[in-house]
Design a protein around this ligand. Structure first.
Ligand code: ZN
Ligand code: ZN
Length: 139
């Protein structure tokens, strides 16, 4: 078995360990991700919740997405780093913001989602799967 995948927030108070390989990886161009990360898009790596461990104190920012699903962004209460994304649209799995994964993790997104709110200057690589909205609604 390969080494666990680890992530942590900027200050190190929140630690994440995954004891399995990612289920799915994608780039999200939605406005919520743009706001949460302060970047043009977010890279998200999803794992089954039962395969991960999280330590440290998290705050939750809950909201309803454009698709009407309750979603939370979990952040470190000390430094404010947004680390995790959970949605009732994806029960039992948790998304980790790729930028906080440690080591030489290869981020290999299969898909780009919420392409309808993508910033014009972001060019999606040819051949990548694209969804105008979330991943359950092919364009
Ligand atoms: Zn922190
Ligand atoms: Zn998003």
């Amino acid at each position: 078995m390969s080494d666990p995948i680890k992530a942590r927030c900027k200050c190190g108070a929140v630690q994440f360990t995954a004891n399995s390989q990612p289920l799915i990886q994608f780039v999200c161009h939605c406005k919520d991700c743009q706001t949460a990360t302060g970047q043009p898009f977010a890279g998200l790596v999803f794992f089954k919740r039962k395969h991960i461990e999280i330590s440290g104190d998290l705050g939750q920012h809950l909201f309803i997405t454009e698709s009407g699903k309750a979603t939370s962004r979990d952040y470190c209460v000390k430094c404010g780093t947004v680390l995790f994304d959970q949605s009732e649209g994806f029960p039992g799995i948790i998304g980790v913001m790729q930028e906080w994964i440690l080591g030489d993790f290869d981020f290999l997104p299969q898909s780009h989602v919420w392409v309808k709110s993508k910033l014009d200057e972001i060019i999606i690589p040819e051949g990548a799967q694209q969804f105008q909205e979330n991943i359950l609604q092919p364009k």
